[in-house]
Structure formats: structure tokens, C-alpha cells
Design a protein around this ligand. Sequence first.
Ligand code: DLZ
Length: 158
Amino acid sequence: MSGLGSPIIELDASGMQIALIAASWHDQVMDGLIAGALRAADQMGAVAQVWRVPGSFELPLIAQQAALSGKFEAVVALGVIIRGGTPHFEYVSSAATDGLNRVALDTNVPVGFGLLTCDDEAQALDRAGLTDSREDKGAEATMAAVSAALVLRDLRSL
Ligand code: DLZ
């Protein structure tokens, strides 16, 4: 993981099936987030399938269906919302955030939160796991979801 105070996590998730749900707004940032998520999945031995949705508002529904399919131990949601001159930012951000949290709690499948809510595109690029980025939020969200899925495996085997 990459942000200040974030943990260093090394995980063995060999063969774990995970679903990556990725929005499509702000393509350069999304390319970085998806690449970071796939890199992290690969490093942990997890097998990732990617689905694209139009915008971040659509992430919760598709994340919910992936979780309910029973085929994935973890779901990762990736998106970028840039603050603009309209109230859309607040509506889309809170709908996506609340929805994704609800998916995890309703389905008992961990949902990695790889949704960037940024003031401008430069801030988003800095978190996108690109060559010049300081942070890699796609990888971070993927590691968090897989880590939680491994804890759930342990808890369910008690
Ligand atoms: C409408 C909208 C706006 C203004 N901004 C973004 C954004 O920055 N990032 C994003 O992922 N999606 C945005 N959207 C689209 C909504 O998420 C949604 O796709 C549409 O409102 C259609 O349901």
C-alpha cells in the first residue's frame, strides 16, 4: 500500500478469484488504477476478471451482482470522480461510496474501495499508480479486499 501510514502487506492468495469493476470516466487515471489492481492481484497469485461500467454511479450494482454470483471471494471497485462546478460530484461520490459499503455488508463479500474522489485531475493522476504517481490506489484497494477475504476464510474455518 502506498499512502501515509498504510500497511505493508504481503499475501498469498493463490488461485483466489476476484472481480474488478471499473468505471470509464477519466481514462488515463482509470488505466493506471486497473493496471495497478491487476499487478497487485498477480503478485498475490489471485485471478482477476475485469468488468467495465459507464460511471462510478454504476459501480455498486455491478459489484453487488459479482458478489452475489458466488464466484468471487473479493470484489474491487475502481473509479475516479473529479470535483466539478456542479453538485454531481457530491451526489455521485456519496451514492457510490454508500452503495459499495452496503454491498460488502449485505453480501459478506469484501469490496475493495478504489474510488478516487479528487479536486482535479492532477490529484487523481498522483494516486493512479502511474510512473510518476506517488500512490497506487488500485493496488491498495485490491490488497485490502484480498486481505479481508483471507481473514474471512480463517474466521469461517473456526
Ligand atoms: C455524471 C458524472 C459526472 C458529472 N462525473 C463523473 C465522474 O467524475 N466520474 C465518474 O465515474 N462518473 C461521473 N459521472 C457519471 C455517473 O457516474 C453516471 O455514470 C451517470 O450519472 C449515469 O448514471
